[in-house]
Write a protein that binds this ligand. Structure first.
Ligand code: HEM
Length: 495
């Protein structure tokens, strides 16, 4: 049964915009249809409706709709989302052809109004066009924040924050606590301390802005679906909303940068955080691309957003799956059944001659497999079965194309080491310190496992966890916990 809505857009704004937009698009389409047009053999796909293309087949969770459609149309499929041609690839072989064999040609990212506004006109790394600027900024972040040596040096921050979390769960003595929120706050504290030098006081607002921006950046905003229409872009409610969000974001990021400017030179060289580094090298004339305030804001917000939601979502889903599968709880291994970034968004690079969308077709990618029906990567893919990885060395760092939690190729996630460290320690501590179980009378089947729409697939319904009731038996357990035993922690879902 599908719990998520069939139609992806906010209906009121859609209807308000659709009437003038439709008239405009019909005229445009009519003009276009009069031009001669070159025919290319396209991948299979469902029947297209005028104007909206295949939007009627999309739910609020596009990755689920894509999977469903791929079962009928095969591992390479062409959809038209509004006026945007979208090729959906769901087989390891074709993913390899694109992400490895033809890496630079498909190392672009799709454009979106949310990213344009919230990430300073694509000056960030995640959504920057594949360019020398992107390479420069990515290199700085790897050297100064997410490289293996630097990540190791953040060990004390991680330990400190995770022991704070465990302590707060112990101290909550019988009152319900929301573990999802606690985990989100843990990961954002670690990321802030690593990137900004301290926990930012506006962290919660930053998190809210990020969640909303991620939701709006998934490509289903009406302005993204009809990019050629100036009317839609100008009248878009989303644009106004994003501009308001951006003003709030500016206030927070300006404050972070100004505070760092005031303290610049006070800290020891080599003991700098990412913002200090950017402020120092900003003056460096050897940089190929000069860095201004907007570049710094775009990249530090990028690090906060990319670093926070992915890791906390992984922990959240893992804990929920473990609650539903007591058998697996005993054998805990973090299988990434719910990849926090469920779709790897790539765009062919328009700025290079002949690298438009039809490059995919001209280069023969997917030709052999184009008509194969629904290739299954894992058996029972919806089941939480970590054992499936026990007897096979599955590479999760971009070499095995049936399993790409961090992507692959030149745009692969640079924050993998940081992300893994931020997932492993809290998970290990949560599982070591407490015996989690559902409260008496609550069945595992009632837990809602639906995802939120957006760039990251967070869990839609968050939940509260009940630590032990303070009675004598639990007192004893708490006492024995100090000696290395586990306490009992109950779990409850807020429906
Ligand atoms: C469990 C944790 C994480 C997961 C599952 C994850 C997953 C991903 C995925 C799937 C991509 C797209 C890769 C592609 O297109 O091939 C990506 C890109 C990226 N990630 Fe992560 N990520 C995680 C943690 C982090 C952290 C902690 C940071 C930084 C603090 C980070 C920074 C980035 C950046 C900057 C990109 C864009 C790279 C580019 O376009 O060049 N990620 N991540």
């Amino acid at each position: 049964m599908e719990y998520y809505s069939r139609f992806p857009l906010n209906l009121t704004s859609t209807i308000a915009l659709l009437v003038p937009a439709l008239i405009f698009l019909i005229i445009k389409k009519w003009n276009k249809s009069r031009k001669p047009h070159i025919s290319v053999k396209l991948p299979p796909g469902p029947k297209t409706l005028p104007i909206i293309g295949h939007l009627h087949l999309m739910s609020t969770l596009p990755f689920r709709s894509f999977r469903h459609l791929a079962e009928q149309f095969g591992p390479i499929m062409l959809l038209k989302l509004g006026e945007v041609p979208t090729i959906v690839i769901s087989s390891p072989e074709i993913a390899k052809q694109m992400l490895k064999d033809n890496d630079p040609h498909f190392a672009g990212r799709p454009e979106s109004i949310a990213v344009k506004i919230m990430w300073y006109d694509y000056k960030n790394i995640v959504f920057s066009p594949y360019s020398k600027y992107w390479r420069q900024m990515r290199k700085i972040c790897v050297m100064e924040l997410v490289g293996a040596k630097i990540v190791r040096s953040f060990g004390s921050i991680r330990n400190d924050e995770v022991s704070g979390l465990i302590k707060s769960i112990r101290l909550s003595s019988g009152k319900p606590i929301n573990l999802t929120e606690k985990i989100s706050s843990l990961i954002s504290s670690i990321t802030c301390r690593a990137a900004f030098g301290k926990v930012c006081k506006d962290r919660d607002t930053l998190t809210k802005l990020m969640k909303e921006a991620f939701r709006m950046a998934a490509g289903l905003e009406i302005a993204d679906l009809f990019p050629s229409s100036k009317i839609i872009s100008t009248l878009s409610w989303s644009k106004l909303r994003l501009l308001r969000m951006r003003r709030k974001l500016d206030v927070i990021l300006d404050a972070i940068i100004n505070e760092h400017k005031e303290n610049l030179g006070n800290g020891e060289f080599g003991n700098e955080d990412l913002v200090d580094v950017f402020l120092r090298i900003k003056e460096n004339e050897e940089l190929e691309f000069p860095i201004g305030k907007d570049n710094i804001k775009a990249v530090i917000y990028d690090m906060f957003a990319a670093g926070t939601e992915t890791s906390s979502t992984t922990i959240d889903w893992t804990m929920t799956e473990l609650m539903r599968n007591p058998r697996v709880m005993a054998k805990v291994q973090a299988e990434k059944l719910h990849p926090p970034a469920p779709i790897i968004f790539r765009a062919s690079r328009k700025n290079e001659k002949s690298m438009d969308t039809s490059y995919l077709l001209k280069s023969g990618i997917g030709e052999r497999l184009g008509n194969a029906k629904g290739s299954q990567v894992l058996t029972n893919p919806e089941n939480f079965e970590p054992e499936r990885f026990e007897n096979q060395a599955l590479d999760f760092v971009g070499g095995d194309f049936q399993y790409l939690p961090f992507g692959s190729g030149s745009r692969m996630c640079p924050g993998m080491t940081f992300g893994l460290a931020n997932v492993e320690l809290p998970l290990a501590q949560l599982l070591y310190s407490f015996n989690w179980k559902l409260p008496d009378g609550v069945k595992a089947e009632v837990l809602d496992m639906i995802e939120n729409p957006g760039l990251t697939a967070t869990r839609k319904i968050t939940f509260s966890w009940f630590p032990p009731r303070m009675n004598r038996w639990v007192d004893n357990t708490l006492l024995s916990m100090k000696l290395g035993w586990k306490s009992h922690c109950q779990y409850y879902n807020l429906f």
